[in-house]
Design a protein around this ligand. Structure first.
Ligand code: ATP
Ligand code: MG
Length: 243
């Protein structure tokens, strides 16, 4: 078996497993409810339906992530670069995650001097949502997720940092977390749902937007930093020229 075939086989077996787990659970709870409807009290019916809803959401998230991966790999991800003010996008991403993680605090510090950046706005939103969601997902209840923006690298880039005080990431895992289907084996990661594709997609999109992404985790504070090129007429002209 050559490398391509091996990769393909690994991919199919990971995807089948990722699909089978939630599907088995959805089928199991639906069958239990159908077979024993009269014997189950309302509270348990609600509990079972909630599991079916959660597992369906997990499947939708997985399928959406796989579509993003396939678009990225086939080179069909056509990015539309536009001058974008990062602040409103960050605020929307925060409110999306906040509605799912109501027991986390979110602190947004946007330097009023933060300039516009040259990005694809929708994909930039996807990047911010992935990072902010991870920060909330891999930290404890009532902890605070911080998002900070600043000028960086001789004013050529805008830096956006997303920090949490959660489970942390060991240095030896810094590279691995950006690869496909990689999840770190720890009690919290096992407890929360995820396909291990979010950071792979995020890094690919950041690279395509001429940005950079790094992670730093010391003790319990974890910070993901993304850098995006500042938008000015010169860079706009250069991008137009490339299209
Ligand atoms: N802020 C963080 N703190 C601690 N661990 C993290 C953090 N962000 C990511 N990780 C680890 O990196 C792994 C990969 O993250 P990634 O976002 O790619 O996948 P995921 O969150 O498991 O699933 P999804 O595809 O739904 O995003 C996670 O499973 C988790 O173990
Ligand atoms: Mg994630």
């Amino acid at each position: 078996m050559n490398d391509i075939e091996k990769n393909y086989e690994d991919f199919i077996s990971t995807v089948s497993h990722e699909l089978r787990t939630p599907l088995t659970s959805i089928r199991g709870f639906a069958q239990t409810m159908l077979a024993s409807w009269d014997k189950i009290d309302d509270e348990n019916k609600k509990k079972f339906l909630k599991i079916i809803e959660d597992q369906s959401n997990r499947l939708i998230n997985l399928v959406e992530n796989m579509l993003s991966v396939s678009k990225l790999q086939s080179g069909k991800e056509a990015l539309v670069f536009k001058e974008t003010d990062p602040a409103p996008v960050i605020n929307i991403a925060v409110s999306v995650v906040k509605s799912q993680y109501t027991n986390r605090n979110f602190e947004v510090n946007i330097d009023p001097k933060t300039p516009s950046i040259l990005v694809d706005k929708d994909r930039f939103m996807q990047i911010m949502t992935n990072l902010i969601e991870n920060a909330a997902k891999y930290s404890d209840e009532n902890s605070t997720v911080k998002i900070t923006t600043a000028y960086a690298q001789n004013c050529e880039f805008v830096s956006i940092k997303v920090s949490d005080t959660g489970i942390g990431i060991a240095e030896e895992d810094y590279e691995r977390i950006f690869t496909k289907f990689s999840r770190i084996d720890n009690p919290l990661t096992r407890k929360v749902q995820g396909s291990g594709l979010g950071l792979y997609i995020t890094k690919n999109l950041v690279d395509k937007m001429n940005g950079k992404i790094t992670v730093q985790s010391s003790g319990k504070e974890t910070t993901f930093e993304v850098l995006f090129p500042v938008c000015n007429l010169e860079t706009l002209a250069r991008e137009k020229c490339r299209q």
